[in-house]
Design a protein around this ligand. Structure first.
Ligand code: NDP
Length: 273
């Protein structure tokens, strides 16, 4: 499994497994399937309400803790009490430390993300988190954060898939040493059926999902596809061995259409999350 080195020297498996919209009661079984398939990087969030299932799967796996990379995220409604919220997440996961902790959304209308970051910096200093980062941060949110931050975020987890690539934001992140992590990397399945993707898939006897994941990996992006299906999650994991030509990569990049799936982080609030 290819690993990337974050800006503080911590390594992260480039392909991980996301559990957004996995029901809490199904999470342990699905994450056990993912670990059995070879995934060692799991992406959850307090807002997904399934951290306990992730933790149960980790405990049941018997895998050494240091072989795993576990990400969770600060709920929007908890930005004013990040330390307390982190401890709750850590307990739900049943872990002594978390590998990566992210501010889930900036929620600029709340005006709390800088305060949350400062609390996260303390947790990072105390070694309860190996790396801290952000999610859904646009350029202006990064600028505001960096003015006050002692620690540059290790990661910005943002919506990236062929039809919505946020190339300018991704380039800015990389220029600041912030790794780009693609959420909804398959466009929640919506990017799988295009002609360009199908043509490349047929040329390699691969699946459309593998083609899109190989495109992300070739760009140096961290990628966290979700599948609740044991066959599909294995298929996705196998994308690490698929290498596309420059022309094939360019044909996927040409699919940009500006079609966002998620909410606009400039206005999204979700403070109930
Ligand atoms: P994805 O782009 O990963 O797509 C998931 C969908 O694609 C599911 O419907 C899944 O169906 C389907 N799928 C997966 N693999 C295949 C395959 N090989 N063939 C056909 N269909 C497939 O979307 P997500 O939104 O789930 O994003 C992934 C992760 O990113 C999340 O789980 C979460 O961890 C993170 N995320 C973070 C956000 C944030 O705000 N920070 C927002 C959204 C996501 P099935 O399950 O039936 O296989």
């Amino acid at each position: 499994m290819s690993e990337l080195t974050l800006n503080n020297g911590v390594t992260i498996p480039q392909l991980g497994f996301g559990v957004f919209q996995v029901p809490p009661e199904d999470t342990q079984g699905i994450v056990e399937d993912a670990l059995a398939a070879g995934y060692r990087h799991i992406d959850t969030a307090a807002a997904y309400r399934n951290e306990a299932g992730v933790g149960a799967a980790i405990a049941a796996s018997g895998l050494p803790r240091e072989e795993l990379f576990i990400t969770t995220k600060l709920r929007n409604g908890d930005q004013g009490r990040a330390q307390e919220a982190f401890q709750l997440s850590r307990k739900e996961l049943g872990l002594d430390y978390v590998d990566l902790y992210l501010i889930h959304w900036p929620v600029p209308s709340q005006g709390l993300y800088v305060q949350a970051w400062k609390e996260m910096e303390r947790l990072y200093e105390n070694k309860q988190i190996r790396a801290i980062g952000v999610s859904n941060f646009l350029s202006e949110h990064l600028d505001t954060l960096l003015e006050a931050a002692e620690t540059v975020p290790a990661v910005n987890q943002i919506e990236v898939h062929p039809s919505y690539q946020q190339a300018e934001l991704a380039a800015k992140c990389r220029s600041l040493g912030i790794a780009v992590e693609a959420y909804s990397p398959l466009g929640q399945g919506g990017d799988l059926n295009g002609n360009a993707v199908t043509a490349v898939a047929q040329a390699h006897n691969a699946s459309p999902a593998q083609v899109i994941l190989a495109w992300h990996l070739a760009a140096g992006t961290i990628v966290i596809p979700k599948s609740a299906d044991p066959t599909r999650l294995r298929e996705n994991f196998a994308a690490t061995s698929l290498k596309l030509s420059d022309d094939e990569l360019a044909s996927i990049t040409a699919l940009e259409s500006g079609a966002r799936i998620g909410s606009d982080p400039a206005v999204a609030a979700f403070t109930q999350l």
